[in-house]
Write a new protein. Structure first.
Lengths: 69, 208
């Protein structure tokens, strides 16, 4: 039960990070200019990448917790 | 706004809604369908959105309006409208010898291997200088302008290869092609932007 809760927590965190990254990307696409470009590449890219990494980590950690055959 | 950007924004909104469903109900991932959905919206779609977003922004970063959005480049932007055919940049821009919407990038990118990549890195340096550093006044090129960038378009063109001035001296064209004699600084095409002399010139009003 605790493992499931931890997995759900990590999935939530991954989802929130990806949503924030996508929001930054969306706002930057609506605005033209060097600052929007920098924000998209750094902040947007970092948040999305962090979300994906948290998601992948949650998969790996869930796999480790499951006993093998 | 261009159609690809509208498509990308729709994809971002669609992804965000699906991720929102997963964030609200993470228990969905306990089922097989939920696991596939999570993989789609927390891995594939974000990567796709970012790849498309990066491509779109890098493409936009090659536009003339993007380059001229920095205050430092204002006078260079004005120099494109000088009403004088001896101004090299203006003559290229006004006569569409370079694409008008990518005028800066066309002449100032490096046509060697990794030239585009180098241009992007230099662009990041420009952004840094714009917001955090102190741009040189007047601004200057990182390295002397290489004839290769001119020859990328002009080599093989009849007006270039058979032009009266170019063929008057048989040693001239080989020297130009070997970058031993600069097109710009050898006294032939030495009026380029001359951004510090714009107070003395007339301007073209532009095509309507």
């Amino acid at each position: 039960m605790a493992k499931t809760l931890r997995l759900e927590k990590r999935l939530r965190l991954a989802g929130i990070l990806v949503i924030l990254g996508l929001l930054v990307e969306g706002v930057c696409l609506l605005r033209a200019g060097p600052l929007a470009f920098i924000f998209l590449v750094t902040v947007g890219g970092f948040l999305c990448a962090a979300g994906v990494v948290v998601y992948l980590y949650s998969l790996v950690s869930a796999g480790e917790a499951t006993p093998g055959p | 706004m261009h159609f690809p950007n509208i498509l990308l924004l729709s994809l971002i909104a669609f992804s965000a809604v699906l991720i929102g469903v997963l964030v609200a109900r993470p228990a969905l991932t306990m089922t097989r369908g939920g696991k596939i959905l999570a993989f789609m919206v927390l891995f594939l779609l974000p990567l796709l959105c970012m790849a498309m977003g990066f491509t779109s922004e890098f493409q936009r970063a090659t536009s003339t309006s993007f380059c001229l959005s920095c205050h430092t480049m204002e006078s260079h932007g004005r120099s494109l409208y000088v009403d004088d055919p001896t101004y090299l940049a203006a003559a290229h821009f006004q006569n569409h010898r370079v694409p008008a919407d990518e005028a800066c990038y066309t002449c100032h990118t490096n046509y060697a291997m990794f030239g585009g990549f180098k241009a992007k890195l230099n662009g990041l340096h420009h952004v840094y200088m714009q917001y955090l550093g102190k741009p040189h006044n007047p601004i200057r090129l990182y390295e002397p302008y290489n004839n290769r960038e001119c020859l990328h378009c002009h080599q093989g063109a009849r007006s270039f290869e058979e032009g009266a001035v170019h063929t008057a001296d048989p040693d001239l064209l080989p020297a130009v092609k070997a970058n031993k004699l600069s097109c710009l600084s050898s006294g032939c095409h030495d009026v380029v932007h001359n951004a510090d002399q714009l107070s003395k010139v007339k301007f073209w009003k532009g095509a309507n």
